[in-house]
Design a protein around this ligand. Structure first.
Ligand code: E4P
Length: 219
């Protein structure tokens, strides 16, 4: 499963990128707004940090305006993936942009029927929001599984990106479901490293070695 960071924060992205395991970035208008720069400026900076798909969302709501905005965003960098919401206009814009070879991530997907429409429109990525479904008492991961099954049934090439992941367990469940991509906040990626037995084991290894070889390099 590809790992994307769901943040527009440059420090978080630099840190994540330094680990060498970040395959891409998702942003949304809320995440961009937190950083204080308009979308085009902020994603340009992000493209210099992470070499992978960078989703940049349109803020227009009418199809022709979304198409215009999407084309402008796509010009920023070859790695930009234009994000369109799963509305009637968003699907229309997805079809138009995809037909011109612009890659589109269809966002705010909450049902398998919506995901079918996105695939039909030629979406490069579909983003089911797992955590937000959990928030209203549905099992968000079931949506990921349903979409994967539907896409498999018909050979759709659209990649499933499990979004709104809120915990390491969400990430593992997305991977077990076979999601192509999981996007997560920096905090969740950081938590994936942690295991008390790793810390305990390393501590013991280093103590044992230091006892045997007090002058070894690194100390
Ligand atoms: C995905 O692209 C969205 O930006 C994101 O995953 C939303 O997550 P949230 O529900 O935690 O805001």
């Amino acid at each position: 499963m590809k790992i994307f960071l769901d943040t527009a924060n440059l420090d978080e992205l630099k840190k994540g990128a330094s680990w060498g395991i970040v395959d891409g970035v998702t942003t949304n208008p809320t995440l961009i707004a937190k950083e204080g720069r308009p979308i085009a400026e902020q994603v340009r900076l992000i493209c210099d940090i992470v070499d992978g798909d960078i989703s940049a969302e349109v803020v227009s709501t009418e199809a022709s305006a979304m198409i215009k905005e999407g084309k402008e965003l796509a010009k920023i960098h070859k790695n930009i993936v234009v994000k369109c919401p799963l509305t009637r206009d968003g699907i229309q814009a997805t079809k138009a942009l995809s037909s011109e070879g612009i890659r589109v991530n269809v966002t705010l997907c909450f049902s398998p029927g919506q995901a079918l429409l996105a695939a039909k429109a030629g979406a490069y990525i579909i983003s089911p929001f797992v955590g937000r479904l959990d928030d209203i008492g549905w099992t968000g991961m079931d949506l990921v599984r349903q979409i994967l099954q539907i896409y498999k049934n018909y050979g759709f090439k659209t990649q499933v990106l499990a979004a709104s992941l809120r915990s390491p367990l969400h990430v593992v469940d997305a991977a077990l479901a076979g999601s192509h991509i999981g996007t997560m906040p920096f905090k969740v990626l950081d938590m994936l490293f942690n295991h008390p037995l790793t810390d305990k084991g390393l501590d013991q290894f280093l103590k044992d070695y230091a006892k045997a070889f007090p002058e070894a390099p690194g100390r």
